[in-house]
Design a protein around this ligand. Structure first.
Ligand code: NIG
Ligand code: FE
Length: 422
């Protein structure tokens, strides 16, 4: 069968984010490589050419492409959501209300709500039930312009259920059109009954779960929640180092609720990312700037928890750290899957510019997942993962906030969501 081909023509702006493949730091973070009156030509699942629309016309005719008129719209890479906890049962609307009545996230967790509550429901749920709920969310991710989604386990907290969640991710990956990137996050919370023998849980992860996860090829990354009320530096070092020995690349929930030295550990282990960073100090900013660890900021969780302490986005960017953005989609701290809203929060609350936020949510996020050779920018040879936004200037995406500007989502060269009838 001949490869199908699409010609996106005459976009007001094409945000190419083209470059030399490096993660973007400092001023480069705001370089979007804009082509006005631009076009993109795809062939099969890849991008064939990007440039001024007129310069692509002849080849488009030769290839007998289907044409998509993009006048008055912005064409850009699909969002890469590099931090989510997509697979869980039920939700936590009741915790939400308890917080509004004055209880803190930690108090709710200690009273049996929080992660433990979701873990109880997730243990009881069947694989089919978990697939169904997550699949419905993934359709929403696609409709809002996200084309690659990292997915953490972490609501199992025992070997059997953590593996069940990772199998659910594998099934979802086969049946949805989005690319999913699985991460083992068994060190998310201590399961009940282990309070006096924390070491036993860690040992089980190191000796059983990590080897089985790697052996069944169920994840490429290993994560841990290093914080007060979660796990210590020593415990996380043991888990991440074991992951690394089995070929799982570390990432860390770092300095979210308190400062614990998580960033130092992430840098020491060469983690792919350190995420959250609300309590990062000046030395941590330096450490990240001097490393290749991607600083993943999650402004949805700051917004939803009403945090007073925000991650030092400006200082990280100015010092030269690689900054990315993600939703942290999860039932407790960020039940939001719209990356466009994350751009609004990144600009209004973290003081990033719209251009920085776009780059952090696409190319740098792809680096956080070690997928920047495939996604995150519009360049020949990369996957044809692109979105068409109903705005004629990219700055309007965060500016007209809390609405969905995504008119069309293309994944691997196929239209998977469209507001227009084609
Ligand atoms: O990234 N920090 C830990 N994990 C999640 C929250 C999980 C939950 O509350 O269910 C986070 O914020
Ligand atoms: Fe998280």
């Amino acid at each position: 069968m001949p490869k199908s081909s699409l010609f996106f023509r005459n976009a007001a702006e094409v945000l190419t984010l083209s470059g030399r493949g490096f993660p973007r730091r400092r001023r480069d973070l705001a370089e979007l490589g804009i082509v006005r009156a631009g076009g993109v030509l795809t062939r099969g699942e890849r991008i064939l050419r990007v440039g001024p629309s007129r310069s692509l016309e002849r080849e488009a005719t030769r290839l007998k492409t289907r044409e998509i008129d993009c006048r008055g719209q912005v064409l850009m890479p699909g969002f890469v959501d590099c931090h989510t906890h997509l697979v869980f049962a039920g939700n936590r609307a009741q915790d939400f209300e308890a917080r509004l009545e004055g209880k803190s996230y930690l108090e709710i967790a200690r009273a049996g709500g929080g992660i433990q509550y979701t873990a109880r429901l997730t243990r009881q749920a069947s694989e089919a039930e978990l697939v169904a709920q997550a699949e419905a969310f993934l359709q929403q991710f696609a409709a809002h312009g996200t084309t690659t989604v990292e997915v953490k386990s972490g609501y199992g907290l025992d070997v059997r259920t953590e593996l069940k969640i990772l199998r659910v991710v594998r099934r979802l990956g086969r049946q949805t059109q989005l690319d999913l990137v699985p991460t083992l996050l068994a060190a998310h919370a201590l399961p009940p009954g282990f309070e006096r023998r924390r070491g036993a849980y860690i040992a089980r992860l190191v000796r059983e779960l990590i080897p089985q996860t790697a052996g069944q090829n169920l994840a490429g990354f290993v994560d841990c929640f290093l914080d007060r009320g979660a796990f210590t530096v020593a415990e996380c070092r043991a888990v991440l180092a074991a992951g690394r020995r089995h070929g799982l690349i570390p990432r860390v929930h770092a300095e979210q609720l308190s400062r614990t030295g998580a960033i130092q550990l992430a840098v020491e282990l060469g983690a792919a990312s350190a995420d959250h960073l609300d309590f990062a100090n000046a030395a941590d900013v330096r450490r990240l700037a001097d490393s290749n660890v991607v600083a993943v900021l999650l402004p949805g969780s700051n917004f939803f928890l009403g945090s007073r302490q925000l991650p030092p986005a400006r200082r990280l960017i100015d010092a030269g750290a690689v900054v990315a953005l993600a939703t942290d989609f999860n039932p407790g701290t960020s039940p939001a899957l719209n990356m466009q809203f994350m751009l609004t929060l990144a600009t209004c609350q973290l003081r990033m510019t719209p251009a920085e936020a776009v780059c952090a949510a696409t190319l740098n996020a792809a680096h956080a997942l070690r997928r920047a050779d495939q996604v995150g920018s519009l360049e020949p040879g990369k996957l044809a993962d692109l979105i068409l936004m109903d705005v004629c200037d990219y700055r309007e995406i965060p500016y007209f906030f809390a609405s969905n500007h995504c008119a069309m989502t293309i994944k691997r060269g196929r239209v998977i969501h469209s507001r227009k009838s084609l």
